[in-house]
Design a protein around this ligand. Structure first.
Ligand code: 4NP
Length: 148
């Protein structure tokens, strides 16, 4: 079993999208039984909230359904998950600062292999949500190949 946690700031836009897209890729590959996939936010302001409606609509147009309620990352996540996938450099730095030890800190990485950020779409227009989906698909495929 490989456990993967996607992490952004609010856990209502980018990480629920990356989680749902990755789950779809895993399902399509027939590997559903081999992965545990979840998402969380470094911030707790939206805890309990459903995914952002704009993110949900954009995903829905690609046949991907966003689900779940936002939650904040906890220290236990570093023990439970094998990989913590940060959406941007700020999330990465925040996660590394929360990591209880070196081994935990080493589980944290960026979604983008080129070291770039998945831009936060929260305060922008609809194109931002499409960009998140594009990156989640491309980098999700690469991540899945790397983990299998
Ligand atoms: P996310 O987007 O980190 O992709 O879920 C955001 C959601 C909410 C806020 C910022 C980013 N906010 O400041 O409330």
């Amino acid at each position: 079993m490989t456990r993967v946690l996607f992490v952004c700031l609010g856990n209502i836009c980018r990480s629920p999208t990356a989680e749902a897209v990755f789950r779809r890729l895993v399902d399509d590959a027939g590997l559903a039984g081999e992965f545990e996939i979840d998402s969380a936010g470094t911030g707790g302001w939206h805890a309990g909230a459903p995914p952002d409606a704009r993110a949900g609509s954009a995903a829905g147009r690609r046949g991907v359904r966003l689900a779940g309620a936002a939650r904040q990352v906890t220290e236990e996540d570093f023990a439970r998950f094998d990989v913590l996938v940060a959406m941007d450099g700020e999330n990465l730095a925040h996660l590394r600062s929360l990591a209880p030890d070196e081994e935990s800190a080493a589980k944290v990485r960026l979604l983008r292999a080129d070291g770039g950020d998945v831009p936060d779409p929260y305060y922008g227009g609809p194109r931002g949500f499409e960009d998140v989906l594009d990156l989640a698909e491309e980098e999700g495929r690469r991540l899945l190949a790397e983990l299998t």
